[in-house]
Write a protein that binds this ligand. Structure first.
Ligand SMILES: Nc1ncnc2c1ncn2[C@@H]1O[C@H](COP(=O)(O)OP(=O)(O)OP(=O)(O)O)[C@@H](O)[C@H]1O
Length: 401
């Protein structure tokens, strides 16, 4: 028997080209956005104060990749002119839900391990002072990129403070510009007028890609990632069309091609349209599993109970039946169950998230009004993900209920 690795039919020349972290040397199909970005960054090349820039667009439409590209090009330009390069600080704000946390995140990026600030407990002004000290120590022009800036919510005074730091005498030798990135347009709308005026000094909107644009981006990647003749134009078109129809996200299109490549490598080394259809199903299944993992502990118990009952009864499960099994399941696993009204909320949430369907019944005076639920997920899939929750075996279940 040969080495199992030799049995694979490799389709990739360089699979990393289809990875999220890959930095393409060319940005395609974003000419207008690059122009607008260059315009917004231009004062820096003239030794003037930087603008603040706000980028908005749905997920996967190139906000990050274009920003990284533009910052690289900016420094290349400055180096060519023998001017001082700018310093960039990239802060993802995903789990940072206040100005305090973002400021601490920034300080800690700039400090050694032993000198980190605590996540809570200091007065905000102390944290801001530390931040200004760190920025002043770097000097020159500093661009602070706040990715997923919407996480900061309404606690946005850092976004007021930072751009005004120099005007307010907090910084002397340093110029700071903020680049905020978001895929939530409501965030921009809810900003206080003063913050909006400064942060959104220059705004660049990234629209979803259409199928033609995605085809260009994908073709360029495929030429660098895949062995010739392991795919054809129809496969590229299919990935582009599926992603354009769903989200307009280049990430989704690239992911489809990568997953297709993985499947083909385990088969006969050719990516076909059928394989891309399979890849799409795999990715969707993966997303469902991730979403189940993200449910609250009660959401998980409720979903497991509902999917088991859906399988046992064929669907249309009444709330009180779900409750009975849910309560039992919680106790079996050592979790305190919610009261039945709160379980109803959990079931409504599951329906809203697409995990379950809810049916409203009204049988007039005789039967009254009631709801039934049905799980859209097979109990096997749910149980595969929720390995921590034990489902008692059927005989035991029948006896107990
Ligand atoms: N115009 C483009 N040319 C080449 N690659 C692109 C282009 N646009 C997006 N990509 C690729 O698509 C993927 C997603 O892009 P990116 O991370 O920039 O999206 P985003 O808008 O920042 O999304 P999110 O809001 O989810 O962070 C990356 O792998 C990126 O390299």
């Amino acid at each position: 028997m040969g080495n199992p690795f030799e049995e694979l039919n490799e389709v990739f020349v360089n699979r990393d080209v289809l990875n999220e972290e890959y930095q393409p040397d060319e940005i395609l199909e974003r000419e207008e956005e690059k122009q607008a970005y260059a315009g917004a960054l231009r004062p820096i090349t003239k030794q003037n104060a930087p603008n603040n820039i706000f980028l908005y667009g749905k997920t996967g439409v190139g906000k990050t990749v274009v920003t990284k590209y533009m910052l690289r090009k900016l420094n290349e330009q400055l180096a060519a002119e023998e001017a001082d390069e700018v310093t960039t600080i990239w802060q993802n704000c995903r789990s940072l839900t206040s100005s305090y946390q973002v400021a601490v995140g920034l300080v800690n990026q700039l400090r050694e391990t032993g000198e980190q600030l605590p996540d809570t407990g200091l007065p905000s002004q102390t944290v801001y002072r530390s931040l200004y000290e760190e920025l002043e120590a770097i000097g020159g022009t500093i661009l602070i990129v706040l990715d997923e800036i919407d996480a900061i919510g309404s606690d946005d005074d850092l976004l007021y403070e930072l751009p005004r730091a120099r005007a307010n005498g907090k910084l002397e030798g340093t110029r700071v510009g903020v680049i905020g990135i978001s895929n939530d347009y409501r965030f921009r709308e809810q900003l206080s007028p003063q913050v909006k005026d400064t942060l959104c000094e220059k705004e660049i909107t990234f629209s979803p890609y259409d199928a033609t644009e995605l085809r260009t981006i994908l073709t360029h990647r495929a030429e660098r990632a895949l062995v010739e003749d392991t795919y054809d134009a129809a496969v590229i078109n299919q990935c582009a069309a599926l992603a354009a129809k769903d989200s307009g996200s280049a990430r989704q299109a690239i992911e489809l091609l990568r997953e297709g490549g993985d499947i083909a490598t385990e088969r006969d080394g050719v990516i076909t349209e059928q394989i891309i259809a399979e890849a799409q199903k795999n990715i969707e299944r993966g997303k469902i599993k991730d979403a189940i993992k993200d449910l609250t502990v009660h959401g998980k118990h409720a979903l497991l109970a509902l999917s088991q009952l859906t399988e046992d009864t064929g669907g249309d499960v009444r709330t009180k039946e779900v409750y009975q099994f849910y309560e039992y399941l919680c106790e079996y696993n050592g979790t305190d169950p919610l009261v039945s009204d709160r379980l109803r909320d959990q079931l409504d949430d599951l329906a809203m998230l697409g995990f379950a369907s809810k049916y409203e019944h009204n049988e007039g005076r005789r039967g009254g009004r009631y709801n039934t639920y049905e799980s859209n997920q097979a109990v096997g899939v749910v149980q595969d993900v929720l390995v921590d929750i034990e489902l008692p075996d059927e005989r035991y279940r029948q006896q107990t209920l």
